[in-house]
Structures are given as C-alpha cells and as structure tokens.
Design a protein around this ligand. Sequence first.
Ligand SMILES: Cc1ncc(COP(=O)(O)O)c(C=O)c1O
Length: 424
Amino acid sequence: MAQKDDIIMNGDGVAKLGFPMWPQFNETMYADVEQTLRSGKVSYWTGKRGMEFEEKWAKWCGAGYAISCTNGTAALHIAIASLNIGPGDEVIVPSYSFIASSFSIVQAGAIPVFCDTTEDHVIDPTKIEALITPRTKGIVVVHLYGIMCDMDPIMAIAKKHGLKVVEDCAQCFGGIYKGKKSGTIGDVGCFSFCQSKHFTTGGEGGMVVTSDEDTAWECRSFRDHGYDVKTRMNMLALEQKLPYIHNRVGFNYRMTEMQSVIGLHELERFDNWNMARRKQYAAMYDEAFKGLDGIERLPLNTPDRQCAYWWYPINLDPKRCKLKASEFIDKLAAAKIPCSGILWPEAYLENAYSNHVGFGTAKFPFESKEYTNAASVDYKNNSCPVAASLRDVTVSLFLHPSWEPEHIQRCIDVFKQIMSENLK
Ligand SMILES: Cc1ncc(COP(=O)(O)O)c(C=O)c1O
C-alpha cells in the first residue's frame, strides 16, 4: 500500500502512484540555466536575470514593483518588516495556513493573533474586528489552495483601523478578485516558488509585490543586508564601485540567477499551459462533483473571486457521507490516488505557540512584557472552531499541469466509487 508521505508529497511521490511527476520543468529552460552557470554571473548583483524576472513578474501581476527572494517565508518576513511592523505590534492571521504565514510575523518580532476561517477555507472577515487591539498593525490574509479571500470587507476594516494588509499568495498565483490579481489588492503580496507550488524556481524561491515605491525600496533593502539599494543601483548603472551603506538592519534573502532563469521560463508558459490546464481540470472536477450526494462544498470560484486552483479541496457532507476525511483518504490512498487532508487548521496548537518557544531564554516576543499583551498570547485558550471542524471533512485532490485528463478522470472515478459505497 502507498505510504501517506507519498500521497501528500509531490515530486516522485505522485510518480510512484503511476501519475506524472510534478514539478516538471519547461524544456526551454535547461540550456539557459547552463549558459547562466557558464557565464559566471550567478548572483543577483552580477547578472541581469533576477531584475528581468522581477520586471516580468510585476507586469504579469499588475503590480508596480516585484522583489525576488529566497523563499515564500522570506517574502512574508520582508513584507511585514518593510511595512514597519515589529516588536510591540500584533498582526491578525488565519490559524488555518502553513506555519510560515504566522511564523513570519514572529520573525519580524511581532505577535500573531489567530482568526477563524469560513467553510471556504479562507479568513472570515466578520471575525477580524473582534481581534483588534491598540497594538494591532496589520492583517495577513492567505488565499489558501488558490481560493481568493473576500478582500473588500477586509480592506474596509484595514482602512477603518489604519492597518496594513499583506496577502500570502504562496498557494495562489493568478487568482482574481474583482478584476485584480492576487497580491495586488492589499499593501503587499507574497509568493512562494517552493517545490510544490503553482511552479517552482528549482526547489525554493519567493517574490514580494507592491505598488508603493517607498515600500518597494524598503523591501529591496531589507532583503539585502539593509543596504541603501537605491544608491547601490545607481552606482551599478554608472559602473562605479558598489558602496556598502547599511541604512537599516536587514537579511540576505537574494535569489540566485539560476532560480530567476527557471522562473522566467515557467512564467512564460504559465497562462497558456500551467493555469489553462489547472482550469481545465478544475472544470472536470466541478462537473463530476457538483451536486454529488455526500459532498457539501467545492472550492469557491465566482466571477468576483476567481480561484487559482493550486489544490482542489472537497468538503464532505457528514450528514450523508459515513467516512471522516482521514478514512476517505485512506481509501483513496489504497486505490493509489494522490490526495491530502487538511495539513494545518490550528497553528496555535503547535508547541512554539502554546509553550511560547520564541527567541532565546527571554522567549521573545511572547514573554517580553513590554512587547506583549498577555491575553493576545494566551494560545492555549485559542479557538477557531470552523477551521478545526474542517479537519474531519476536507479531502483535497490535485490538478498538476503535468497530468493528462485521463489522470483527473481516474481521480474522479475512484472518488465517486468510494463515495457511492459509503453513503449513510
Ligand atoms: C500558505 C503558505 N505561506 C507561506 C509558505 C512559505 O513558503 P516557503 O516554503 O517558500 O518558505 C507556504 C509554503 O510552503 C505556504 O503554503
């Protein structure tokens, strides 16, 4: 029988089950990466491909500026720190997300305050305001699985309370909210090019987008040792010696040229191949599962909130389906169908939060009293009941662009068979 890890993992995990591997790279890329390596211009500051990738990504998103970086967690860290959020501040974030959505807040020295989601897997705007305290400085929203958050009410709350909004688009390349692409609605958008994502820049990678010029310069500086990047870039244009001027504390989160080259080739085929196939396969799932007895909900996709289909989460109907999600997944796995349950509905249950395992013996920021509200870090008493309830009913299928329609059909046939055998 297939191992659970094989089912959850992409790469050769799905290949072992007889499905084409994801990721598979654009064949046009290999020679370009080789040439880049042979050129010796392999870092952001020696080559030109990093800046080219940033320009093309910004244009594709419809954002003013893009700042490449090492991974999605770094992108979030850059975004939060560059919006001047830090020690003493609180940021509201859904508990139901990959841990990096909230850890990046802690990395910036601030405190995450966890918000529940709706049954559509994304933050519930009606539950945000109750979490605002005098320390609240921002909201991180997560377009989980590619499902667009309901941004209008979130932006209205942010405006009313003077909060910054960061969109975590790690799982959402090209989702559209009322005509705007994911990442361009809040103050800053953050993407991950990790192995499992819509596409990868060779295993790791990240990108920040913003349309505010000052924020973009701040992000570039924070990504790069706190350099005065503006001066540095002008010096580069003038071919003068690069100065080392450190305007602020920063990190080294720069992407390599090889990663940027891979990203450029993946971006080139994104709309016409990658996203086109995801949408084609989502339509097959929609048609097969809409109205099917035992299913309560399919991924939200409306003209105003267009899904980017990273994964395809299905909410089982516990009134009709006898199986819990974990039991359903075991049966799919036994039939060699790649699938996954919910990975992380309640971040506050993690030891790092419940036992305040922050930085150093001071357990910063959780137990540094001048920076923390005791009530805000009382994670042991946190509760996000809707997110928690989704654990027992959510089964995700995949729609990797390397698959063919017959692979999607196999997932549909087995899913339907299991459901028909397990109705109440
Ligand atoms: C929702 C979400 N946010 C952030 C991240 C972090 O991205 P990375 O793994 O590139 O650091 C991920 C990815 O794993 C993610 O799924």
